[in-house]
Structures are given as structure tokens and as C-alpha cells.
Write a protein that binds this ligand. Structure first.
Ligand code: T46
Length: 141
């Protein structure tokens, strides 16, 4: 997996009545959850994201349908397909992300470690690239 990302597998409580998936902050999710949002109604040919965060951890869970997530640093990239509601994609600081190929009726749930703060976004790739090269040089020493 790409640095500062990972797959989290949640518990599955299966019985003849269906499946329940519990998700607890600081147990299943490696941070205190301050914000939850979800993305729906995205046409298949639309790509969202195209940004990074300086200080934000998130876990993305596709509750219905499927979606692909491109995660990248200036040095490498990975594409993760989310389609299992019992799996989450962890994305830590300074990872560029693009979400694409949302299937019809897909629901992408996001659990976030911080309240919404537009100042935390790096919304152009140039700005991201400059900060990320320094960030990963230091964090990999
Ligand atoms: C991310 C990916 C996975 C709010 O007002 N509050 C919020 O909590 C969020 C997340 C967004 N907004 C506003 C900001 C924009 O005016 O909602 C609008 C759409 O946000 P944005 O274009 O940033 O959406 P995405 O899908 O490109 O990115 C979102 C998150 O912003 C981002 O943090 O990691 O989902």
C-alpha cells in the first residue's frame, strides 16, 4: 500500500437476519471521529477530489455500489477499489486523492478526524507537490 494509507477490515456480525458492521472510534478507526459526511449521486464519468490535506485523517467506506480511489504522493500512486462495506480505506496526511467511477446508487461514507476546514486543503497539484516533496523527505528520514 501507499505510505500513509491502508485498508481497515471491520468486524462482520452475520446471522440469518443479515449483516451488521460495527465501527468504533479509536478501536476500529485510529482516531477520534469529529465529522462524518457522505457522497452520493455522482455520475459515473465524474472524478472528485483532486486535493490533499495537511492535517486530516480519514477513513472512506463504500456502503453501496463501488468507487475507485486514486491515492498518490509525488513519488508513487495506487488505485483502490472500494465495494465492500466491511472495509475502509485509511488516508492520512499529505496524500493526494481522486475518486472516480462511482457506480449507480453508490454511497461513499467518510469518517474524518477534524472538523471541516478549507484552510487545510491543498487544492492545486503544484502547491501540493511542493509541500509533499518536503514532507515525505523529512518523514522518511
Ligand atoms: C476528501 C474527499 C474524500 C463542507 O461544507 N463540509 C465538509 O465537511 C466537506 C467535506 C465539504 N464541504 C463543502 C466544500 C465544497 O464546497 O462541500 C463542497 C464539496 O466539497 P469538495 O469539492 O471538497 O468534495 P470532494 O468530494 O472533492 O472531496 C471530499 C472532501 O472535501 C475531502 O476532504 O478527502 O471528499
Amino acid at each position: 500500500m501507499l505510505i500513509n494509507t491502508g485498508i481497515i477490515e471491520f468486524k462482520k456480525m452475520d446471522n440469518e437476519y443479515g449483516r451488521l458492521t460495527p465501527v468504533e472510534a479509536l478501536k476500529d478507526i485510529p482516531f477520534e471521529i469529529k465529522r462524518v459526511y457522505y457522497i452520493t449521486n455522482v455520475p459515473y464519468n465524474v472524478t472528485r477530489g483532486f486535493h490533499s490535506h495537511r492535517n486530516l485523517e480519514q477513513v472512506l467506506v463504500c456502503l453501496n455500489g463501488s468507487v475507485k480511489i486514486r491515492v498518490k504522493t509525488p513519488f508513487e500512486e495506487d488505485i483502490v477499489e472500494l465495494r465492500d462495506p466491511a472495509k475502509g480505506l485509511y488516508i492520512g496526511n499529505m496524500i493526494w486523492r481522486e475518486m472516480f467511477e462511482f457506480s449507480e446508487h453508490s454511497v461513499l461514507l467518510v469518517l474524518a478526524s477534524e472538523y471541516y476546514n478549507e484552510d487545510d486543503y491543498l487544492r492545486t497539484y503544484d502547491e501540493y507537490h511542493k509541500e509533499a516533496v518536503e514532507y515525505f523527505k523529512v518523514s522518511q528520514k
